[in-house]
Design a protein around this ligand. Structure first.
Ligand code: PLP
Length: 327
């Protein structure tokens, strides 16, 4: 906090500017989306991007909410003409890999609603030019926390649907995380031990249909993560710059205040991915085509994690990609 003006009073409790937005916490991004789709918005027409994670479509279908799709361009920009050419009440945009989608040219009026899927961002703000807005994230996508999703909204959402207890899936996830830690640092267990536990946790989550609050442990992990956010963001930026020096010709160019992946776009993505698997390098491919959502990005992108765990390993990953692609 910087003291920029002469204070009328000194001492007493700290002041805080009035916050007109509604704030909620759930266990996961999908739980936040379920809460949004249980509000009055469920009867509206949604416009979704054709490049997205499968769970989004499943949650929409589960709630029988109407949607049509708009195209996302190869550089991850929104196809403005396709958006403006369709009737919709709610526009759903994804901040791909932490980069807020630019809305320049998008016609969105004060009766319409913008949902920003900010799963890759720790914190986010309402765009100044938008009246009706909901933003949510998913901390498990960007930190070592197993759970937690923040919703900020101009709408009041039906929070009575958030179950007071912690969700079941986290038990297996926390066990998996501890087992992986002991495998990596203390030479205990085997890889399959923690992989089984991670998969089991994800299976339980995929069966879950309710929204839950995060557990107290989850909240504590998030406090620790937020405490180191500036340092972590700085390291990620440096990692981004390191990779960018070598892989810029195949980069999709997603730089944000909070980088999480360096995304490359290549023709023989699956071959490269399998080649890296053989070296114990498991890079995610965001996201496969699903149901009606098909985009050429689904077959061509590969994401290199930028978090500080991998700083030492990045030169090897870059070298392997360059050698494989002969660039
Ligand atoms: C863009 C996007 N939105 C929403 C979600 C759902 O988040 P969660 O897995 O925490 O439920 C995901 C999950 O990967 C995602 O990638």
């Amino acid at each position: 906090m910087v003291d920029t003006f002469y204070r009328k009073t000194i001492g007493g409790e700290l002041e805080l500017e009035f916050d007109s937005l509604n704030t909620y916490l759930t266990d996961t991004g999908r739980s936040s989306l379920r809460l949004i789709l249980k509000s009055d918005l469920r009867n509206k027409r949604f416009l979704l991007p054709d490049y997205l994670c499968w769970i989004i479509l499943d949650v929409f279908d589960e709630h029988k909410v109407d949607y049509t799709l708009y195209h996302v361009n190869e550089d991850l920009s929104l196809n403005v003409d396709e958006i403006n050419g369709q009737e919709f009440d709610v526009l759903y945009v994804i901040s791909y890999f932490g980069k807020i989608s630019a809305l320049a040219g998008v016609e969105i009026n004060d009766d319409q609603v913008l949902i920003e899927d900010n799963v890759f961002l720790p914190l986010f703000e309402k765009p100044k030019t938008i009246k009706n807005w909901i933003g949510f994230n998913s901390f498990r996508k960007i930190s070592s926390a197993a759970e937690g999703s923040l919703i900020r909204s101009t709408y009041s959402l039906p929070s009575e649907y958030i179950k007071k207890e912690a969700p079941l899936f986290i038990q297996s996830k926390y066990k998996a995380k501890a087992t992986k830690y002991e495998y990596l640092n203390l030479d205990q267990h085997s890889e399959s031990d923690y992989l089984f536990l991670f998969e089991n946790g994800e299976r339980i989550l995929n069966e879950q249909q309710d929204s839950f609050y995060p557990s107290n442990k989850g909240l504590y992990d998030l406090f620790c993560y937020m405490q180191n956010l500036d340092e972590e963001s700085e390291r990620r930026k440096k990692n981004y710059e390191l990779i960018d020096k070598q892989l810029i010709p195949i980069s999709i160019g997603v730089i944000s205040k909070y980088c999480c992946f360096y995304v490359i776009k290549i023709e023989n993505r699956d071959k490269l991915r399998r080649h890296l698997f053989d070296e114990n390098i498991f890079l995610p491919a965001h996201w496969p085509s699903y149901k009606t959502a098909k985009n050429s990005l689904c077959e061509s992108t590969l994401s290199i994690p930028l978090d500080s765990r991998y700083t030492q390993s990045l030169p090897k990953i870059i070298d392997m990609i360059e050698t494989f692609l002969k660039i």
